[in-house]
Design a protein around this ligand. Structure first.
Ligand code: HMG
Ligand code: MG
Length: 308
């Protein structure tokens, strides 16, 4: 067998830890801000260079994120770590600036129906709204990231064409995004579909700035990450202990568990800069606090080894 015929995988990848935001935003019981701070500090100590720590959205829409300013003001800032936050409008941007975030995330959708449900406006209106955010980000030298929900399917509309994902990516690119997340909000995508959508998107945005954001509802996320690696994607989002879901995507489960992703990357010889033992500890910490078992297979397997 000639191994050289197999695709070349990157030597290193960036893993963006989204648990404190995407993970916790869906928790019905309000998590104390001290616990969120402890989680973020444990994650930065584990070696993440980018942590999605907060969300400056309306507290009427997502009550769990109401303490975002307090969280941002209380974490121990590690040098070199980018602490990101979602912002839905100018009001959120002003709050994010006051809290000293390093990167703001504007979030749109490839699905018209999801845009209305999630941010209460059409796709076209969202672009106009985000223009104000983008101007403020550039004026303040803050990194701007774009996130495109429902890139592989929508809970309200069903199928989404790769062409419609590329159209919104182009519009977000023109706002000045430095990085672009292609999100499988409800975790329905499969590996070939992921490659097809990513290839459409690559015509609009440099591959080095594309990120795979895969929820694991149908158990496809690790396979989708591998399929993305094969075509040159090198940024992935994941959530410690597999926390999460989106409050506006009923039935969607959390992001792929970070512990599982790091375990796979280690096996592939791909550097992440993350200390897996410290990460497993962080996963067990938040799971204990939430009173349930982590959904990370690798995390639980490694934790049971430590305990024996
Ligand atoms: P709206 O109700 O149309 O907003 O919501 P509005 O401008 O009419 O304002 C209504 C009230 O909200 C006002 O307060 C505003 O001050 C307040 P009132 O006068 O009634 O007391 N308000 C705010 N408060 C704090 N911060 C703000 C803010 N904006 C308005 N930034 C809005 C529109 C966009 C605000 C709302 O729909 C919203 O906050 N949506 C966010 C929903 C959300 O966070 N969803 C989850 C995150 S997205 C996600 O998880 C997907 C992702 O992971 C990728 C993937 O997996 O697909 C990123
Ligand atoms: Mg998400």
């Amino acid at each position: 067998m000639n191994l050289s015929q197999f695709p070349h995988l990157p030597n290193s990848v960036k893993i963006v830890e989204v648990g404190p935001r995407d993970g916790l935003q869906n928790e019905a019981t309000i998590v104390d801000s001290k616990v969120k701070v402890e989680l973020i500090n444990r994650l930065s100590a584990a070696g993440f260079s980018n942590i999605e720590a907060a969300s400056f959205v309306s507290p009427k829409w997502v009550p769990q994120m109401a303490t975002s300013a307090q969280v941002m003001n209380s974490i121990t800032r590690r040098a070199g770590v980018i602490y990101s936050a979602l912002v839905p409008n100018k009001q959120g941007m002003e709050a994010a600036l006051a809290a000293g975030v390093d990167e703001v995330v504007i979030f749109g959708s490839a699905s018209e129906a999801f845009s209305e449900k999630n941010i209460n406006c059409s796709i076209k209106e969202s672009i106009l709204r985000y223009r104000d955010v983008a101007v403020l980000a550039k004026a303040n030298n803050i990194r701007l990231r774009g996130s495109i929900s429902c890139s592989f399917g929508c809970p309200y509309q069903g199928a989404i064409s790769p062409e419609s994902v590329a159209v919104i990516v182009r519009q977000f690119r023109d706002l000045g995004c430095d990085e672009m997340d292609i999100a499988d909000t409800i975790g329905v995508g499969t590996p070939r579909q992921v490659q097809t959508v990513m290839q459409h998107v690559m015509n609009e945005f440099p591959v080095s700035g594309l990120a795979g954001h895969f929820h694991d509802t149908y158990g496809q996320a690790l396979a989708n990450i591998y399929a993305s690696l094969e075509i040159g994607i090198s940024v992935f989002h994941s959530s410690v202990a597999g926390l999460g879901g989106c409050p506006y995507a009923k039935g969607a489960s959390g992001n792929v568990a970070t512990e599982d992703v790091i375990y796979m990357m280690q096996g592939l010889g791909i550097a992440t800069g993350i200390d897996l033992n410290k990460l497993v500890d962080a996963g067990q910490f938040i799971s204990r606090h939430l009173g349930r078992k982590s959904v990370s297979r690798a995390g639980n397997a490694l934790a049971s080894k430590f305990l024996t």
